[in-house]
Design a protein. Sequence first.
Length: 570
Amino acid sequence: MEMDKDYERKCYELAYLIFPDVDETVDDLEIKYPERNTLKEGAIVTRIAPSPTGFMHTGSLYQAMVHKKLASQTDGVYYLRVEDTDQKREVAGSVKMFTEELKHFGLEPDEGVLAEDKQVGFYGPYIQSKRKDIYRVCAKHLVEKGLAYPCFCTPEMMEKTRQMQEANKIVPGYYGVYAKCRNISIDESIERVKNGEKFILRFRSNGSHMRKISFVDAARGKIEMAENDQDVVIIKSDGLPTYHFAHVCDDHFMRTTHVVRGEEWLPSTPIHLDLFEAMGFKAPQYIHTPLIMIKDGNSKRKLSKRKDKESAVSYFIKAGYPPEGVNEYLMTILNSDYEMWKSKNKDKNYMDFEFKLNKMSSAGSLLDMPKLNDLCKEEIAKMSGDEVLDRVLAWSKEYSKDFYDIISKDLDYSRKVFGLERDNTQKIRKDIYKWEDVEDTFRYFFDDIYQKELEDKGYIITSLTEEKNTITKDIIRKSLEEYINVYNEEDTKDEWFARMKDTAQKLGFCVNMKEYKAEPEKYIGSIADFSSIVRMAVTNKKNTPDIYSIMQLLGKDKVIERMKDTLSKI
RNA sequence: GGCCCGUUGGUCAAGCGGUUAAGACGCGACCCUCUCAAGGUCGAAUCAUGGGUUCGAUUCCCGUACGGGUCACCA
């Protein structure tokens, strides 16, 4: 009894020695950062917690979607907290990039760090390096309770212990008898701190590896794991907390109800539960999301920052994937019944969908680029020509300046180009899924690009002779010569095609595809071949939308000029 | 290696003890067609494996294999 009182007193003495300037208490913080009572029952408070490493992972976007959905569905709060406790890895400008990228996808938070210089909310500061005082109050609390202690071990000593443990096949780590500083007397600790010896702070775990704990993951259900028995570091030598400790303090005092994080955190959840209990805090609900994988040879692995360009959200922005399409894709891998719902609610978007935690898949899914492309294609197909132009303008201004200059020269013309087979309701063109490809798809509409391509790659029309030996250079020449004479810009589409057929027939082409297919040897080629000659002469492309519309857009002079030019090169 | 999570066609997946095992992407064929893209019709293709439990297992339990994650003063 006497001893306990004495020990208790010494813990306070030690706490005071370590934190002489901390006079706030955990109870003070409880009052300063009260529970969010204004929220209605069942409101979910979530947070996205990026580290400012200059890189936003695609997985973070996926999680941002979960946060946004959960919070908005329950009239809760989704906030952003910057986790910058590892100052070595910090990259300037990260916060700006992160918030802008979230915004790009319409997944901006409601609270916390909303922009580089903008924080909103009563639970701040929302940047961990600015919350040092809070962690110190909490750490002091643990020292006072005898639940944290100074550790004087050097990295070299730690390394030796680890090697010994590995050699002897003992569970590695700092715990039990291997936790040297855990087992020194409180008097010695006090003495060594007084002497100015360097130390860090460790948690004193009372857990045992032999016991099991279980908790309910809101997406995966009950999970059973060994209790934590590691005396993890809570305050590092730079005075900042480790992730484990910051998570516990912040999510408690920011009143987070649901912690949505990647599966890689699952193994350390017992540590967090242990810490929550030690602090006397109620633990939040955990949701561990599956990792996004990528195919690597015959196996799959986690998206890697170094190897996979798709691991960075910025990749999708730079390539000009429409955010709507990316979001659609994320939803399909996020909630298993989304695609079903979507097919019944084509006109609605993902914000109208009721996201359910128990419908979350727990297996890591492969990033399926063809599927993403398809979804993006569908989204772009919904846009009008004007909208496509606006988007291409906005994208190219940022990522393809030359192209931007070219298309903004004559906006009326560009509007018609991008409205091609798009504004005429019935057959909507679906051949673009990202803005990056637009320049190549429409290159023949813009003289500068068209000319450059001819110089670089040459005239592809001669390739026709290789495909079909009846189509000789002579035939191509005759076809163009003939067609130049009869082309009439005033023709309606039907008249135009009749004229095409007429010309083709005179030269020996078959104008009826069925007849041609039945007896191809009777003709030098079909109307399709003749069309190809015209198409290539005008666009230098094998495949394009309807040539009539293209010719109309280009105008007679240019059409004739291009055909003559091609003629001179055969 | 210890611990944890996971495993239905090539990919994403529905299913929650009895189904001809949905659907989407991709792939193939055909149709439409001036070429593509699109659209239409059709098609090939899946319950990792061995034991239980049960009248009956894709579904429940255990083992095995395989894949992934994690074991820091990084998050």
